[in-house]
Design a protein around this ligand. Sequence first.
Ligand code: FAD
Length: 381
Amino acid sequence: MTDFKISDEQKQYQQLARDFAQKEVAPEAGRLDHSGEFPTPLYKKAWELGLMNVLIPEEYGGLGLKVLEACLISEEMGAGCTGFGAALEANNLAAAALIVAGNEEQKKRFLQPLTQELSFAAFCLDERTAGSDLFDLKCTATRVGDEYVIQGQKLCVTNGVTARWHCVIACTNPEAEHEGLTAFIVPAENENIATGRKLSLLGHRASDSRNLTFQGVKVPAEFRIGEEGEGLAICTKAFKLTRPLMGSAAVGLARSAMEHAIRYAKERNTFGTPIANHQAVGFMLADMAKDIEAARLLCWQAAWLADNGLPGTREAAIARTFAVDMAMKVAIDAVQVFGGYGYSCEYPVEKLMRDAKMMQIQHGTSTLQKAAIGRLMAGVH
Ligand SMILES: Cc1cc2nc3c(=O)[nH]c(=O)nc-3n(C[C@H](O)[C@H](O)[C@H](O)COP(=O)(O)OP(=O)(O)OC[C@H]3O[C@@H](n4cnc5c(N)ncnc54)[C@H](O)[C@@H]3O)c2cc1C
């Protein structure tokens, strides 16, 4: 039986995240957007409050929160600043690969340190020729004795420079297509990893994304996650945990855009009345509210399925896709409600529009997600 009641403990996590996001993150969001600074002190506070790496099980020092609880936190972080939240999501994604498929030794060695001091991890999948098309991954991992040698480039890696370790998906068998991909833990401290400059982005400017080149990087075979050929399956399982979180961050962003729009619509007068009284504006606000509620519930459903070990790949993809597309629309409408001021960088909503666009692209575009949902529904590959 499903119920929509949040427990007192869940409310506490939500409130903790809300207080932090609204008191510490949101007031800094505009400044960070302009400066593009990576806000280490803010991450330190988030880490101290237990708001990072929340999915890591208790036996490895984490809080071991359920996906639903992590969604509550992600929504609040998204309402504060999704650019700030991007580093948290990257940590979650890299950790998720280990949570779903790592062995005991790997979890102790790589998950535990994330809970012992502020540190970051990165997830390295996409490449120049292979963002959507993973058949075309060029980064290879070649077994040589007890080691693998990793060779290739990964693009736009969030936390690429700050990460202590990377989860790298590389090709171990080019003939086997999707079954030829394998996941590895690659410690970042390695002179054969070349880190590019920080990418200049349209939005999410507080995050740090870079291209990484692995130039014959050697990793011991025990750093392979799962078996050879399981890389794609590991990604799918990890995404089942993290897609509801990404969707929830988009819900938070949309909530923030709606709250700005409501405030402005009550203050701004035209034709002798607040613009909120014009039906066209009221409809925009109403659409925002209904779509935000719908997206939140989809994310919660996907989280609930993951928490209960039920099949939910399709639901996680639906939740994330609906939520990010919804956030984009809400942010655009918020700009519309603000009129000319909405287009001005002196007001907060244009940043939200730029940030929302990122969410439709990162970790698989929403277009591609829709294509995958269609295939799942039709039972074709
Ligand atoms: C700021 C930033 C941070 C990122 N962080 C990370 C990270 O931490 N780790 C990581 O691995 N990657 C990361 N990425 C990469 C991101 O996940 C990819 O950009 C994304 O998956 C899209 O891949 P692509 O850019 O190669 O686009 P392409 O695959 O070239 O797609 C181009 C367009 O074609 C469409 N398209 C392609 N194939 C199809 C199809 N079959 N059907 C319908 N439409 C299709 C796409 O939807 C898109 O609109 C990041 C990107 C950015 C910009």
